[in-house]
Write a protein that binds this ligand. Structure first.
Ligand SMILES: [Zn+2]
Length: 299
């Protein structure tokens, strides 16, 4: 599943190729991509409505909060100004966004195509259809305009609206395991399962520690570690947009994530040599070093 650095990398590529272009038409190859994970049955009027809503609209840019990415839209040609709209592009588990020239071979898992006046196409490819594309009004959420379905999503550590002091204060009231709190998208977004484990290891905090009983300096260290590991991943992988190919998980694969604990259950800790342990926290596989991340004493 793409994590925040991959989504940000894709956003940069999409922004580079689409900002300032006008959508000349849209095809929904598989209507299920207009639905949500809980509702995939889409009637044909929704397909027509989508194509009509986006045709003739200028793309202002590609934006992101957490793993939510969207194209912010200008006014539709020939129509007066309405509410501000965006096209949500959620990659889900396996979604990819690709830029192609018209006439290039259509990948068999292509679900939707936006035709651009730059003589390019933005194609949404998604093998498993956990992703989503759809037009939404933009609403105010945590200090900026976001798609309506992302209104409950808190800022992520890589965006300017992220305020570490507010997040530490809120985190410090939580009585759930800190690993679960880091995955709570209403508190802080964009930290997926992988980077939560990595951040806790780097900060030396046990995944079952209770935030409300953890020193504030330790909570700050966890948040700083999360921003650092995701920023490092982005720096490594966010540089190759000279090709006509914006790909989140194709042949080039994910970023070369320099993972110290995630997926290393039973292997030696890179710091102390102890065996990395794997447990389940909040239903998610969780990796930690029992020596470097001391178990909370109050348990
Ligand atoms: Zn260790």
């Amino acid at each position: 599943m793409p994590e925040l650095p991959e989504v940000e990398s894709v956003r940069r590529g999409v922004d580079e190729w689409t900002a300032g272009t006008t959508i000349t038409g849209a095809e929904v190859v598989d209507p299920r991509i207009l639905g949500t994970t809980s509702r995939r049955r889409i009637d044909s009027s929704a397909v027509d409505a989508f194509a009509t809503a986006v045709s003739g609209v200028r793309i202002l840019g590609a934006e992101r909060r957490g793993k939510f990415m969207w194209l912010s839209l200008g006014e539709q040609v020939g129509l007066s100004a309405g509410p501000e709209l965006g096209i949500l592009l959620h990659l889900g588990m396996s979604g990819q966004l690709r830029i192609h020239s018209p006439g290039e071979e259509i990948h068999r898992h292509t679900r939707a195509v936006l035709h651009l006046d730059s003589d390019r196409e933005l194609r949404f490819v998604d093998q498993r259809i956990f992703g989503h594309i759809g037009v939404q009004p933009l609403v105010h959420g945590y200090g900026r305009l976001v798609p309506a379905s992302a209104i409950h999503i808190a800022p992520d550590p890589l965006e300017p609206a992220f305020d570490p002091e507010i997040v530490v204060a809120e985190l410090g009231r939580k009585r759930t395991a800190i690993k679960a709190a880091l995955l709570d998208q209403t508190l802080i977004s964009g930290i997926g399962n992988i980077y939560a484990d990595e951040a806790l290891f780097r900060a030396g905090v046990h995944p079952l520690a209770t935030p409300a009983r953890t020193r504030k300096s330790r909570l700050v260290a966890v948040l700083e570690s999360a921003a650092t590991v995701m920023g490092d991943a982005l720096a490594v992988g966010g540089t190759s947009f000279d090709s006509l190919y914006v790909n989140v998980n194709g042949e080039s694969g994910y970023f070369d994530r320099a993972l110290l604990v995630y997926g290393r259950g039973g292997q030696e800790c890179v710091r102390c040599g102890a065996a990395i342990e794997k447990i389940t926290v909040g239903g998610r596989g969780t990796h930690f070093c029992p020596i470097c991340q001391k178990p909370p004493r109050y348990r």
